[in-house]
Design a protein around this ligand. Structure first.
Ligand code: ZN
Length: 241
C-alpha cells in the first residue's frame, strides 16, 4: 500500500499547499501527520483546515501542545515563544480542541508513529545521533518508527547492536533490520535545504522516499512579517535552517 507521512507543517500554508498538490498527483492510499501543525508560521487555522480532512490520523507535536497551553514555553527560544503566544491567540476553538485531542503516539500500518521519541514522547527529546537512536530502538517493538521534531530528514538503521545513519533520499527497508525514520519538515526545513519535505512509504515493497519540493518561500515569509511575527522566522525559511 502506498502511504505518505507529513510532519512539522508549522502553519506554513504555501509549503503545505505545494505538498498537498504533490500528494494529489501521487495518490497515496493514506496519509499520516506527525504533529507540529502550528507554531512559527502565520497560517495555523488554514493549515489545519486543509490537512485534517486528508489524513488518516495524527499525533501531538510540542508546538501543538504549547499552542493549547500545555507545554510550558520555558524550553522555547524567544522567537518560538512569541510565535506560540501568537498562535494561541489566533487558533479557533475548533482547532484548539482538535489539537487537544491528539494522542502522543500510535501504531499506524504496523509502524510506531510519534513526534519526538517513542521512549518519552511528552519530554520532546531529539533523535540526532546513532547513540540516541540505539536507545530509542529499545522503546518500540516492531521494525519501524517514524518521527519528526528535528526537521532533519534521514534514516537510522539498526542491525541489533548499533545504528547507522543515512540521509539518502531513497531507502529500501530490509527484513530483519529495525529503523527510525525522520520524515523531515513540510513548513520549516532545517537541513540547509529550504524545500518542503515529506516522506512516501510503500509498506509492501519497503521503499521509502524523501520528497523535496520548491514552494513559494517569499509568500510564506511575507505572511509571517505581515502577521507581526518575528522577522527571523521569515528569514530562516530562505536558508532552510
Ligand atoms: Zn517542529
Amino acid at each position: 500500500m502506498k502511504l505518505a507521512i507529513v510532519s512539522d507543517i508549522h502553519g506554513n500554508l504555501e509549503a503545505l499547499d505545494t505538498v498537498l498538490a504533490d500528494l494529489e498527483r501521487r495518490k497515496p492510499e493514506a496519509i499520516f501527520c506527525l504533529g507540529d501543525f502550528v507554531g512559527y508560521g502565520a497560517s495555523p487555522n488554514e493549515c489545519i483546515d486543509r490537512v485534517r480532512p486528508l489524513i488518516e490520523g495524527a499525533v501531538m507535536g510540542n508546538h501543538d501542545d504549547a499552542a493549547i497551553g500545555r507545554t510550558a514555553l520555558e524550553g522555547f527560544n524567544h522567537e518560538a515563544a512569541r510565535a506560540a503566544r501568537w498562535t494561541t491567540e489566533a487558533l479557533t476553538r475548533e482547532h484548539h480542541d482538535y489539537l487537544a485531542s491528539l494522542p502522543m503516539q500510535l501504531e499506524w500500518h504496523g509502524a510506531r508513529v510519534v513526534h519526538a521519541t517513542p521512549s518519552e514522547p511528552e519530554a520532546w527529546h531529539y533523535v540526532l545521533s546513532p547513540a540516541e537512536a540505539d536507545f530509542e530502538m529499545l522503546h518500540f517493538t516492531g521494525p519501524l518508527c517514524f518521527i519528526g521534531h528535528s526537521h532533519y530528514p534521514g534514516t537510522f538503521a539498526s542491525h541489533g547492536t548499533r545504528s547507522l545513519y543515512t540521509r539518502q533520499p531513497k531507502v529500501t527497508l530490509e527484513p530483519g533490520l529495525r529503523y527510525i525514520v525522520n520524515v523531515g519538515s513540510v513548513g520549516q526545513p532545517r537541513d540547509g535545504d529550504p524545500r518542503a519535505a515529506y516522506l512516501t512509504w510503500d509498506d509492501a515493497t519497503g521503499e521509502l522516499e524523501h520528497i523535496r519540493l520548491e514552494y513559494d518561500v517569499e509568500g510564506a515569509a511575507a505572511r509571517i512579517r505581515a502577521a507581526g511575527l518575528p522577522a527571523f522566522l521569515a528569514e530562516r525559511l530562505r536558508w532552510g535552517e
